[in-house]
Design a protein around this ligand. Sequence first.
Ligand code: F6P
Length: 480
Amino acid sequence: MQKAGTSAHRLRPRPPFMKRIGILTAGGDTPALNAAIHGAVVRANQLRIEIYGLIKGFNCLFNPRVPHLHLNPLFQEIPELDPTKGGTLIGSSRDYIDPDNTADLDLITARLAKLGIEGLIAIGGDGTLNGLQPLAERLPTVLAPKTIDNDLGLNYPSEPDEWVRRANSNGGSEVEYSRTLSTTTFDLDQIVNYATPGYATAVLVTAQGVQRIRTTAESHRRIAIIEVMGRHSGYIALGTAYGQPDIILVPEHAVDIELLVDRVKHLYDLQKNVVIVCGEGIVDHEGVEFGAESRSTDPAGNVLLSGAADALRAQLIQRLGDRYFQRYRRGCSAREAIFTRKVGHTQRGGRPILFDRFYAALLGSKAVDLLIEGRNNAVSILQYHSQKGFHVEGYDANRFRDRWGLIHARKMHKSLYDPRLMKPSRVGIDYLMPIFTDAIGNDDAEHMRQTLFDPGNLAQPYHSINTDVHKRIRYLEPSI
Ligand code: F6P
């Protein structure tokens, strides 16, 4: 029996509190989305709040029938929700709400009200947080962060004030954003949202990728260029240092091609192979991306990048030339010796490792608490303190916005990287260690041992979570 006034009683919110909340996952899928949903559902169960999963992110709000899923009937989590599974059982999309389209906003608000949703949790990154802003004026919203790019956050609290905006230099109607010189001293303890669920698992995949490619480069005396994701943020490239590539190139520091060629030659002379990691958003000395760009659909103006590694390869082929390789590899051309690999979507998929699962669940749970505390337009964030370690907090979304209201993707702070060594700097190493030192749980390794070569995998077809979830999807009567 619990006595009155014990913690179990204090957990119960005093009315009026929310009876039903909605949750959605938006943007590119990321490991630990299910873990974040799980954390939210566990907390909602404790507080006796119903929680509905909205199918395929913001996309479902444009559908008059608002496909949704009751995630905790009778305050029990549905068995399909497995926090160790990658992806998201409620689906995701890159759809967002146009803040200027009041007709759509009215419809969406009415649909959520009809569904009895009193508060909304979105699990997403900077694009999702931008997309949430117009909705936050109509119902309580909270963001629980996720992104493999680790670009949702601030290097220090005053960072949004450093953005300046001016008319596009080409004379078009669009505006351009740039940064003023920062006068802030960078301090790891001041980072807002130190790391984001999904990042650690992505780095596990890229670091393993480097180790695997290395053996081929070593055996065949080749130069490998491995492209990793992250858009204009170099965190994934930086963390890939755990795989011990020889050279890392990040978007935050323009590639010094002369220095790079010298370094490649030195390493190739010495060890007859070189492994280079490049972020997909690396730029030349004029700030132009190596990879071709095409516009994506999210309101943060995020762009899709491709081709950085191939463009870099072309430059190395040209600068090193065939004769250089013929000295080391009889009859071999530069084209044969230098190869590229994209780690690609494998870094976004699959089972999340312990660090991501654990903190995603805490951030999901904190998002529920923020809604219940009446914090509208808030973000649950993961904070780090050199003495106390990690803890979760609430942060006002408004503090992520620049003077014009836009939320920018966080770039890796320049001091985390040493452009001369082309590797993480001492500060970079200090930044990475708290995230990765114990990031892998015993169960992560054991899970692979037990499941990958299970003979059943050969005989049984893949069973998609979507098949089970489909049976649970409910719809609104389409009157609005
Ligand atoms: O933002 C996450 C991310 O994985 C980026 O690193 C990458 O550039 C982009 O999404 C890829 O998007 P898509 O899966 O839509 O090609």
